[in-house]
Ligand binder design. Structure first.
Ligand SMILES: Nc1ncnc2c1ncn2[C@@H]1O[C@H](COP(=O)(O)OP(=O)(O)OP(=O)(O)O)[C@@H](O)[C@H]1O
Ligand SMILES: [Mg+2]
Length: 610
């Protein structure tokens, strides 16, 4: 059964100076917006605190003294500030939305751009799901961190500070009592939140195990059924669900207890204020409005204090997301331009593999001391057993990877002395499993040269032999190919890829022939298209098709990373070595079908020179 990978990594991280610096760096281009955001939050919160102060004034100076003029005067101030505050609230909610979007856009662009630069080695090591998680959910989390982080921190700080100031203005002695109680409230909140977090984390872990178990049982349903494992699996599954239930239950219980606990502590504070203050009203120590204001301010402060732990926990998650994004953005492409690289003028020169050693990330040698000289315009066919290293040779030639030892030379110069772009722009490649992008056939062919006209696209298709089948489609060149081209057959996809390559007019043409059987007509079309493309170009073809092999200037038999035989078709047949065996075994049947003969004279090598 396949190993199930939960792509959403679920870990937390502490805010460190370098990460903070980079997060701030992301806000920097939008600093005006961020500043506006913070100012409007701060003002909203300040006005809130001031309203509470005005309430006190209304009660003490207006209502209690039955002074209607005072009430009206304060009401006017109220009105002005309500207008100001409405503007601010509109501003910060609007800015929160935009700022978040901007940051997310920047991050996604950064990642997308960087992913395109990364070498194939990165792609073969990193699961697609993981890359997608970076670009989608992690960027979302970081943009939330930026907006909600700024919002919570600014709002919380400003309301605590302004409440404190107003309380001190109203009655500093009573304020001191409140300050003594605040640490107790913070402590209660933090302790509870910590416990709740632990339980939540446990339940999350159990949850991802359940998802994994679901996945495995669904994916492996045939095996489960065949081995009669339903009952045991159910038992296992129930065990997991039980564990999840227990941790969730605890978390729910603690959460339910949390609010009352904080409330009890704050009620004690309120009790003291109302009790102590109330007793002293007659002495003029505090006014009724003053007590009322204190009660309100205490509630104001309660909110950020209660929220502190939640915000902190959420931040840890988002910071982990930010770290993962930065790690990906920091991954250096293994294949990149040397600082002294110059553009290659042409690839139509001698190509030489000079004592090339190569291994993939697993460090198991694939090619060792590989040597080959190719003349301009030559067609090289690569044949040989699976895993022999044919695709690897082509990967190196395209500079998707670079040799660890030795060098690949173009016109006598190490190809790492040239820029990657100049090499890639002169290579046309058709892969074993050709990839099309969703869109129309026309768009897919035009991908080979974005500036081409419709006429050029159609001409290229004619040369590639793709025009006929395209014309037969109901919408012709405007037919949609579906995601990855999955509305077309493999043969059709190859024909479109060929047309794309023709349009690009490469100097070096590389083809990994499809082994999957296409019908004889399509095969003939592909063959014709290939021949047209190879004319006047240096070509490397990983060959399965008889005609390609026969017409190649040289055939290389690649076994275990070495050239075991090299020569023309006729030469290799005469050699009666591996190629002869491969050819007779693999292609006899094909010949029989094609020519209707039992024993083709060509197999002896005597009649080959077409
Ligand atoms: N990305 C990779 N990471 C690690 N090892 C790889 C990678 N790609 C290929 N290999 C290994 O390198 C060796 C040569 O593989 P290669 O793909 O070049 O063979 P091939 O001749 O093209 O085979 P086939 O005819 O099946 O396409 C194999 O042992 C293979 O397992
Ligand atoms: Mg291959």
């Amino acid at each position: 059964m396949p190993e199930i990978e939960i792509e959403e990594e679920d870990y937390e991280s502490q805010l460190t100076a370098p990460v903070l610096k980079r997060i701030l760096g992301m806000i920097k281009p939008h600093w005006k917006m961020a500043l506006g955001f913070m100012v409007s939050i701060a003002l909203t919160s300040m006005v809130d605190s001031y309203f509470t102060f005005l309430n006190k004034e209304i009660v003490d100076k207006g209502i209690l003294l039955s002074d209607f003029d005072q009430v009206l005067r304060i009401a006017k101030i109220y009105g002005v500030f309500i207008i100001v505050q409405s503007g601010m609230v509109f501003g910060f909610i609007y800015l929160a939305g935009i700022l978040g979007e901007r940051v997310q856009y920047d991050l996604r662009k950064l990642l997308f751009n960087h992913l395109q630069k990364l070498s194939l080695s990165f792609y073969s090591q990193t699961a697609v799901g993981r890359m997608m998680a970076r670009v989608t959910s992690d960027t979302g989390r970081v943009s939330e961190l930026v907006t909600w982080g700024i919002l919570d921190v600014t709002w919380g700080t400003v309301s605590i500070v302004t409440s404190t100031i107003f309380m001190a203005i109203i009655n500093w002695r009573l304020a001191l009592i409140v300050f003594a109680i605040i640490p107790l409230m913070i402590l209660t909140a933090v302790q509870f939140r910590k416990r709740i977090l632990v339980e939540f984390r446990g339940s999350r872990k159990a949850n991802s195990k359940i998802t994994g178990s679901y996945n495995e049982n669904i994916q492996g349903v045939r095996i489960v059924k065949a081995l009669n494992r339903e009952k045991e699996n159910l038992k296992e599954f129930q065990g997991l669900t039980d564990r999840m239930f227990k941790t969730s239950y605890k978390a729910a219980w603690l959460s339910a207890l949390f609010l009352p606990a904080v409330q009890i502590v704050s009620s004690i504070a309120l009790g003291i204020i109302v009790g102590y203050g109330g007793l002293q009203i007659s002495t003029g120590f505090i006014t009724i409005g003053g007590i009322q204001a204190f009660v309100s301010y205490l509630t104001f402060m309660l909110w950020p204090i209660q929220d502190l732990a939640r915000v902190y926990a959420e931040m840890q998650h988002s910071i982990a997301s930010a770290e993962r994004i930065f790690t990906m953005a920091d991954t250096e492409p293994e294949v990149k331009n040397r600082t002294t690289a110059i553009p290659a003028k042409t690839l139509m020169g001698k190509i030489q593999f000079d004592h090339v050693d190569f291994y993939y990330e697993d460090r198991i040698s694939v090619l060792s001391d590989f040597n080959l000289k190719v003349e301009p315009g030559e067609t090289i066919a690569l044949v040989g057993p699976t895993g022999g290293g044919k695709s690897t040779i082509v990967n190196l030639l395209c500079r998707f990877y670079e040799p660890q030892e030795g060098s690949i030379k173009i016109n006598g110069l190490d190809y790492t002395d040239y820029t990657l772009e100049s090499i890639h722009s002169k290579i046309g490649i058709v892969l074993q499993t050709p990839h099309l992008f969703s869109g129309s056939i026309r768009e897919n062919i035009r991908y080979g040269k974005l500036s081409s006209t419709d006429e050029e696209v159609e001409n290229a298709s004619k040369i590639a032999g793709a025009d006929n089948f395209i014309q037969e489609m109901s919408k012709g060149y405007d037919e949609e190919v579906g995601e990855g081209g999955n509305l077309l057959s493999v043969g059709q996809k190859q024909l479109i890829s060929l047309a794309r390559a023709v349009l690009a007019e490469p100097e070096l043409f590389i083809m990994d022939e499809a082994t999957s059987s296409v019908d004889t007509l399509t095969e003939a079309l592909i063959q014709k298209g290939m021949e047209n493309l190879m004319k006047g170009r240096t070509s490397f073809v990983i060959a399965h098709r008889l005609s390609t092999i026969r017409n190649a200037d040289r055939i290389l038999v690649i076994e275990e990373g070495k050239i075991s035989e090299i020569g023309t078709h006729a030469e290799l047949l005469r050699l009666k070595g591996h190629y002869y065996k491969l050819y007779t075994q693999q292609f006899r049947h094909e010949l029989e079908v094609q020519y209707g003969v039992e024993e083709d004279p060509r197999l002896t090598g005597s009649a080959v020179s077409s």
